[in-house]
Design a protein. Structure first.
Lengths: 292, 159
């Protein structure tokens, strides 16, 4: 029986050293950011002692850089802080609305998109939006940073590509071109404070004639992991994003889904709702892109 | 189990305490520092009874580790009233009878303070969404919403 321990490294190198030491000795370490998932899990489903490695003191995890061509969002920045940044919200409204849907005001004060991604739930609200907006994970490793597209990060329910001696530093996104915009919609049976029955993130790019030149659609809570539905993106590309195109993209989402029945919804229900949300989120993204 | 020494500021007062790594800030406030105004409801971040401000940001103290308080400024319900008496939010909760059993009340007042500090004139929908993470099983919420609206008006008149 060990005991819980806590360390708050102040640099990437220090954090990696602690993680590496624990990994090489077979001792357990867990990365902590906002703790809104980790602390609950630590007290309920898995109470085994471990070293808690608080990465919030690592400057990069709190860094928010809106550059000329790319945006970097540190893994540990609380959602509330992202939501207060008007420039970020204007660039990536879909990503920010997905983060804003997670939990209460109190949870928003701590929860981060990095944590939501690392928790790797099939219903994680930010994940479809991060995928739609072409997010790339920046992972700190002893050999330097490695990059993994968000759609390749989560490998199963609660599982992802992170090794024991690595941690997520942040996410980077290409800044949207003038004709590009994103949107995220989730369905829950109430208005607030619930887990997604279905979530859909969409990013579309349109030219000056209103033709869709690129589209990405990602669906959540309808498969073991959030999925990038390339067939839905293809159904939208080359169209005017009219009703027929939206219908086809929705059908592609239904076809790609493999949901389970649980207390939040049945298989049949989720397969229908994912198509509806795909159509609606695409229409929102389209209208935002036209307004840019 | 080795305890960690933590220095922080609670309601403007420098405080030092010893803390086990897995102890929540809520447990430290209540059990080690005798600040029992902060209530334990669910201890899983769902009910908001343990709401405090850390560096001005509203959080559930059950979902913060005591060790994370190092160097932070924490405001609890005990720090809301001024030297001259109750804060307008507290006074309005009394005048609107916005409480029955009272367990949720400190969390609501801390959360309402965080809202009015940011947005002195919130509409009803904003108040309801902001307070969605504070659960009350007695009042049905309407009186709480009216108390917060009353406090916003009172604070606007004072300004």
């Amino acid at each position: 029986m060990g005991a819980f321990a806590y360390v708050a490294p102040s640099s990437v190198a220090e954090a990696l050293a602690v993680l590496d030491e624990h990994a090489s000795q077979g001792k357990r370490a867990q990365v902590l950011a906002g703790g809104t998932d980790v602390l609950v899990q630590m007290r309920t489903v898995d109470t085994q002692p471990r070293m808690l490695v608080d990465i919030k003191g690592v400057a990069e995890t709190n860094q928010l850089d809106i550059g000329a061509t790319e945006t970097f969002i540190g893994a540990a920045i609380p959602s509330a802080q992202l939501n207060e940044n008007a420039e970020l919200k204007a660039l990536f409204p879909g990503v920010i609305e997905s983060a804003d849907l997670i939990g209460s005001t109190q949870i928003q004060g701590r929860a981060s998109i990095g944590g939501n991604l690392c928790n790797s739930s099939p219903a994680g609200d930010t994940i479809p939006a991060l995928i739609a907006s072409r997010g790339v994970c920046i992972i700190a490793t002893s050999g330097g940073n490695r990059e993994v597209p968000v759609e390749d990060f989560v490998t199963g329910v609660g599982k992802n590509v992170l090794e024991n001696n690595e941690f997520l530093l942040g996410l980077k996104f290409p800044n949207p071109s003038p004709g590009t915009a994103d949107a995220y919609l989730r369905f829950i049976p109430r208005t607030e404070m619930d887990i997604a029955v279905v979530g859909v993130g969409v990013s579309v790019t349109i030219d000056e004639n209103g033709n869709c030149t690129a589209a990405r659609v990602a669906i959540g809570a309808v498969a073991p992991t959030v999925l990038l539905v390339t067939q839905a993106g293809e159904a939208l590309t080359g169209t005017q994003l009219d009703d027929a195109a939206l219908q086809a993209a929705g059908e592609a989402c239904t076809a790609a889904s493999s949901p389970i029945s649980d207390k939040r919804g049945t298989v049949e229900y989720r397969r229908r709702v994912v198509a509806v949300l795909c159509r609606r989120a695409t229409a929102i993204a389209r209208d935002r892109a036209k307004a840019r | 189990m080795s305890k960690v020494q933590i220095s922080s500021s609670i309601n403007g007062e420098s405080v030092e305490f010893l803390c086990e790594p897995q102890q929540s800030l809520m447990d430290i406030l209540r059990d080690e520092l005798s600040r029992t105004g902060t209530k334990e409801g669910c201890a899983t971040g769902d009910c908001g009874a343990c709401s405090v401000l850390i560096d001005g940001r509203l959080v559930c103290s059950c979902l913060v580790l005591g060790v994370e308080a190092e160097g932070k400024e924490i405001t609890t319900i005990e720090g809301i009233a001024g030297e001259d008496g109750l804060h307008p939010i507290q006074q309005q909760f009394l005048e609107h009878a916005a409480l029955q059993c009272g367990i949720c009340t400190p969390g609501f007042i801390v959360a309402a303070k965080a809202l009015l500090d940011r947005n002195p004139d919130p509409d009803e929908e904003t108040i309801r969404y902001w307070l969605a993470g504070n659960l009350c099983r007695c009042t049905g919420y309407d009186k709480i919403i009216r108390a917060v609206q009353g406090a916003a008006q009172e604070l606007a008149q004072q300004a």
